[in-house]
Design a protein around this ligand. Structure first.
Ligand SMILES: Nc1ncnc2c1ncn2[C@@H]1O[C@H](COP(=O)(O)OP(=O)(O)OP(=O)(O)O)[C@@H](O)[C@H]1O
Ligand SMILES: [Mg+2]
Length: 279
């Protein structure tokens, strides 16, 4: 089982879109058993996987979300009738994933925003424990983690839980500025926590035209940089307005009538499999 996080401190670079589509391609094309974990309080990946109705129903039925992984405090419920009562947190090993199409997932939860303000002992290790205790025994091949665009406790917990990370970037000068800083922040976390974490590389997303000046300049700059030259995926993700337009109803590139887009995604996923030696 391999765990891969998609990270970038810049917002809107395509992390969620790429993470979901890599997960889908691993399952659909390569027959892998894949779990998607959404540790972004914005929970966009979850919104792509479930309709609003289905999601609200799930919450009302008390089904588990990512909040149960991180919120491990005993809660006190004050009741006028019966006095105060306490609610024990769920055992992390008993938290269940849900199926959505070909993928398994633990849905995200906007309440992560609330939790970010509250101190919690060792909370950044909870996701790793959840993966070890609840997912690993169920024979998954891949766990794909979508992260928020902030160097938050959620990003740390994803990195601590991961074997690998991928950095999606847009090929424009502003998007490229932050990636050195991102890598140094991640390197620091790697040392602080003694992580085995490996950088798989940078993948360009939302590429309008592969022969455009923006794209070739961005690639060239990375290829000439000692830190990055071996860390650039040959494949890229093309920009498609249809993808953005229909994302909440149908987020998967492989289900779109667009041969070029499907081929680019498949090539990218093949590169990932090659890099982690899973052919
Ligand atoms: N290849 C693409 N072509 C066209 N639009 C895209 C593509 N990839 C992503 N988008 C759109 O760009 C926007 C940002 O994408 P996405 O949500 O995947 O980025 P993100 O990095 O996860 O953002 P955030 O930092 O907010 O989590 C979304 O509206 C999405 O539909
Ligand atoms: Mg996102």
């Amino acid at each position: 089982m391999k765990t891969i996080s998609f990270v970038n401190m810049k917002g809107g670079v395509g992390k969620t879109t790429v993470a979901l589509n890599v997960a889908d391609c691993l399952a659909r094309t390569h027959g892998k058993k894949v779990a998607v974990l959404d540790v972004d309080p914005q929970f966009n990946a979850t919104q792509c996987l479930f309709t609003p109705d289905a999601y609200v129903k799930m919450l009302k039925a008390g089904e588990e979300t990512i909040l149960d992984v991180f919120d491990t405090d005993v809660k006190t419920l004050a009741s006028v009738v019966s006095g105060a009562a306490t609610v024990e947190p769920k055992e992390i090993s008993e938290i269940q994933l849900r199926k959505s199409g070909l993928l398994w997932t633990l849905p995200g939860n906007i309440e992560l925003y609330r939790l970010e303000m509250v101190a919690g002992e060792g909370r950044e290790f909870s996701l790793k424990r959840f993966i070890e205790q609840a997912i690993a025994p169920k024979d998954f091949d891949y766990i794909i983690i979508d992260t928020p665009p902030t160097p938050s406790i959620w990003m740390s917990s994803a990195l601590i839980a991961s074997d690998y990370y991928v950095i999606p970037v847009r090929p424009d000068p502003l998007s490229m500025i932050g990636i050195d800083l991102l890598r140094s922040i991640i390197e620091r976390r790697r040392k602080t926590y003694g992580l085995k974490l490996n950088c798989l590389g940078v993948v360009f997303t939302m590429v309008e035209r592969p022969d455009s000046v923006n794209y070739s300049t961005a690639r060239q700059n990375l290829k000439e940089n000692a830190l990055w030259k071996d860390k650039v995926f040959a494949s890229y993700i093309p920009k498609r307005t249809d993808l953005a337009r229909q994302q909440l109803e149908q987020p998967f590139m492989l289900k779109m009538d667009d041969f070029d887009l499907r081929t680019n995604l498949k090539n990218f996923v093949s590169e990932i499999l090659e890099k982690i030696d899973d052919k």
